[in-house]
Design a protein around this ligand. Structure first.
Ligand SMILES: CC(C)(COP(=O)(O)OP(=O)(O)OC[C@H]1O[C@@H](n2cnc3c(N)ncnc32)[C@H](O)[C@@H]1OP(=O)(O)O)[C@@H](O)C(=O)NCCC(=O)NCCS
Length: 150
């Protein structure tokens, strides 16, 4: 089995933003329809990459974005290439972002999923997110309240 690993690949300040956006768009075009806005890493965004070790070297096969706005952090979209799904990669990406949100001093983490996206919804609930708002039309909103370190 091909080994995969998750690592923080940077903030837009640390790495050429356009290059990172381009890699993510290569993945997105396979899994998001054209009505989804293209990824935009301006502002306070942190990006985790999922890499698979291939002969050519590590290849990006998934990603997750955290956007931080002072007290509130947002899990922005994530995607995992189809052949790597179902082995806990998204769960790792959510955990990594929760840890960072805690480190940044955020009080809450918000996110939402499409109502048909049961793998994401199950992962969020499994990791302790609570339902926050349900828009019957399309999206389910979730919230995670971070505890202060004692
Ligand atoms: C949603 C998505 C990121 C999940 O990634 P993933 O790495 O496969 O997720 P995980 O393996 O952490 O968890 C998926 C859960 O669904 C289960 N599952 C069952 N069949 C599955 C399948 N065919 N594919 C994926 N997950 C499946 C997994 O077993 C796991 O649950 P479990 O822990 O109880 O076993 C991925 O499906 C994806 O990229 N989808 C398209 C883009 C998208 O919808 N992004 C998220 C919206 S912002």
């Amino acid at each position: 089995m091909i080994r995969t690993f998750v690592k923080l690949i940077g903030t837009p300040e640390r790495r050429a933003r356009a290059e990172l956006e381009d890699q993510i768009r290569q993945i997105d075009k396979r899994y998001f329809d054209r009505t989804s806005p293209p990824v935009d890493l301006r502002g306070r965004a942190y990006v985790w990459g999922v890499f698979a070790d291939r002969v050519v070297g590590p290849v990006l096969v998934g990603y997750g974005i955290l956007r931080w706005n002072g007290e509130v952090a947002h899990l922005e979209r994530s995607a995992v290439e189809r052949e790597y799904r179902g082995r806990g990669i998204q769960r790792q990406l959510i955990r990594a972002r929760l840890r960072m949100a805690q480190k940044l001093g955020a009080k809450r983490v918000l996110t939402y999923t499409h109502r048909n996206n049961w793998p994401s919804a199950n992962n969020l609930i499994g990791l302790g997110f609570r339902l926050r708002r349900y828009q019957a039309k399309e999206f389910i909103h979730f919230e995670f309240v971070l505890r202060r370190k004692t």
